[in-house]
Design a protein around this ligand. Structure first.
Ligand SMILES: Cc1cc2nc3c(=O)[nH]c(=O)nc-3n(C[C@H](O)[C@H](O)[C@H](O)COP(=O)(O)OP(=O)(O)OC[C@H]3O[C@@H](n4cnc5c(N)ncnc54)[C@H](O)[C@@H]3O)c2cc1C
Length: 386
C-alpha cells in the first residue's frame, strides 16, 4: 500500500488527501492550525464571513468533483429579484448595464487574447479604451489585483469571461465554504485519512512522498527554496452587517477602479441574524496605497448603493489580504511558468500559486490532483489541463 504525507489541511490538502485515499493510499495530513480549511474557513458566530473564497465556479473541475461526492451541500441561488439589483459604477454614477463598448470583449474567448501583451493594450484594440478599462476593472472580482489592465491579456480575458457568464457560474454554498470543508474533512476521515491538527511541520517528512499543500510563502520557508515566488493581489476587505432596508443593491461592481461589494445575505439569509444583512467588500490596492485608501473607496461605493448604511451598521471588520488571493500572471507568463508541482525527491507542491490552470481555488484543486497522481505514479488521476 502507498503512503503519502500531506502538509496543510486547506482546500488543496483536503483534495489531495481524499484523492490519494480514494486511490488506496494511506494518508496522513498535518495542519498547523487547530481547524482544517485554511483560507476556506467560515467564521463561527452570528456573522458567517468567509475568510477567503465565496464563489464556487460551476465551470471549474472542482465543481464536478465535489458534486460527484455530494460535498457541495445545499445551494444558495440568487432570487431573480435580487439578481436584478446588480449595479455598476461607471463615471461616478450607478447604472444597471455595462458600457456598450465593454460588451464587445465578452464575445472574445481567452484563447483569442495574447499571453504576451497586457490586457489594456489588447482590449483597447478590440473595444476602445473606455470599454477595455471597464472590463479590466470588472474582472477584478475574480483576480483581486489593483491593475488588472497591466496583467497578461489571456489571463484577464479568461476571468472576465467566467465572471460575466449568463446564467452566472459563481455559486455560493449555503452557510459559506466552511460547510464544504466540513464535508470534505468527514469524507477524508471516513476513508481512514489520519488528520493531525495543531501540527506545524518545520522539517520535510521523509520516508513517504510529500504533498506540500501550504501557501507558496509557507512552502518557500519549508523547502528553503527562495525561487518559490509568484505575484498575487493585495486587497482590502470590509465586512459589514447593517439593519435590513428594502431596495439595497445585491452587488456593486466598480468599473471606474477595481472593487466589488456584495450583500451575501441576498442569497443566503443564514449568514447574519434576522433583520440584518451581511455585506462584504473587496477593494484591491496598489503597492503605494494604504488600508485606509481601500476602506475609503469601499465607503464611496457603499454611499452610492446602500442608502443610510452608516446609521444602520451593527458590526464591522476590516482587513488586508496580501498575497492570499491566488496567482496573477504578468504579460509573457502563464500558469505553466509558475513554480512546478514536482520538486524532485518525492516532494510535490499543491496550492493556488503553482503551475496548474484554473481560476482562484481551482488552481489549488488542479495542482492537488496532479501532485497526488505524480506521487502515486498514477497518470489516470491527472486532469486534462487546458
Ligand atoms: C479574500 C479572498 C477571497 C477569495 N475568493 C475566492 C473565490 O470567490 N473563489 C475561489 O475559488 N477562491 C477564492 N479565493 C482563493 C481561495 O481562498 C484559495 O485559493 C484557497 O482557499 C487556497 O487553498 P489552499 O489549500 O491552496 O491554501 P490554504 O487555504 O492557505 O491552506 C494551506 C494550509 O496549510 C497550513 N499550513 C501552512 N504551513 C504549514 C506547516 N508548516 N505545517 C502544517 N500546516 C501548514 C495552513 O494553516 C493552511 O490551513 C479567495 C481568497 C481570499 C483571500
Amino acid at each position: 500500500m502507498h503512503r503519502i504525507t500531506v502538509v496543510g489541511g486547506g482546500f488543496a490538502g483536503l483534495t489531495a488527501a481524499i484523492t490519494a485515499a480514494e486511490a488506496g493510499a494511506k494518508v496522513t495530513v498535518y495542519e498547523a492550525h487547530h481547524t482544517l480549511g485554511g483560507r476556506a474557513r467560515t467564521a463561527e458566530g452570528p456573522y458567517r464571513t468567509n475568510e477567503g473564497p465565496h464563489a464556487l465556479y460551476s465551470g471549474g473541475p472542482h465543481w464536478t468533483w465535489l458534486r460527484q461526492r455530494d460535498l457541495i451541500g445545499p445551494p444558495a441561488p440568487i432570487p431573480p429579484l435580487e439578481a436584478a439589483r446588480l449595479r455598476l459604477r461607471h463615471r461616478g454614477a450607478l447604472r444597471r448595464t455595462p458600457p456598450f463598448s465593454m460588451l464587445k470583449l465578452l464575445r472574445r474567448t481567452a484563447q483569442q487574447a495574447p499571453v504576451d501583451v497586457d490586457f489594456l493594450s489588447w482590449a483597447s484594440g478590440v473595444a476602445g479604451e473606455e470599454g477595455a478599462r471597464a472590463a479590466a476593472h470588472y474582472s477584478a472580482v475574480a483576480l483581486f489585483h489593483h491593475d488588472p489592465g497591466g496583467l497578461s491579456a489571456a489571463f484577464v480575458q479568461e476571468r472576465l469571461r467566467r465572471a460575466t457568464k449568463v446564467p452566472p457560474e459563481a455559486h455560493c454554498p449555503r452557510g459559506g465554504w466552511g460547510g464544504v470543508v466540513d464535508r470534505m474533512a468527514a469524507r477524508a476521515w471516513n476513508m481512514g485519512v489520519r488528520m493531525e491538527t495543531l501540527s506545524r511541520v518545520d522539517t520535510l517528512p521523509t520516508g513517504t512522498p510529500v504533498v506540500v499543500a501550504t501557501s507558496l510563502d509557507a512552502a518557500r520557508r519549508l523547502l528553503r527554496d527562495d525561487s518559490l515566488t509568484w505575484p498575487s493581489g493585495r486587497t482590502v476587505l470590509v465586512d459589514l452587517a447593517v439593519r435590513a432596508r428594502r431596495g439595497d443593491a445585491f452587488a456593486v461592481s466598480d468599473l471606474d477602479a477595481p472593487g466589488w461589494l456584495e450583500r451575501f445575505t441576498a442569497r443566503d439569509r443564514s449568514l447574519a441574524p434576522a433583520g440584518e444583512q451581511l455585506i462584504q467588500g473587496q477593494i484591491p490596492i496598489g503597492p503605494r496605497e494604504s488600508k485606509a485608501d481601500g476602506v475609503a473607496r469601499a465607503e464611496e461605493l457603499l454611499d452610492l448603493a446602500f442608502e443610510g448604511w452608516r446609521e444602520r451598521v451593527t458590526w464591522r471588520r476590516e482587513a488586508v489580504a496580501n498575497g492570499r488571493t491566488g496567482a496573477v500572471d504578468l504579460p509573457g507568463t502563464s500558469w505553466r511558468d509558475r513554480p512546478a508541482v514536482d520538486r524532485g525527491d518525492g516532494v510535490y507542491l499543491a496550492g493556488d500559486q503553482v503551475a496548474a490552470p484554473g481560476v482562484l481555488s481551482e488552481v489549488s484543486f488542479n495542482s492537488a490532483l496532479t501532485a497526488v497522481s505524480l506521487a502515486l505514479g498514477r497518470k489516470e488521476l491527472d486532469l486534462k489541463h487546458a
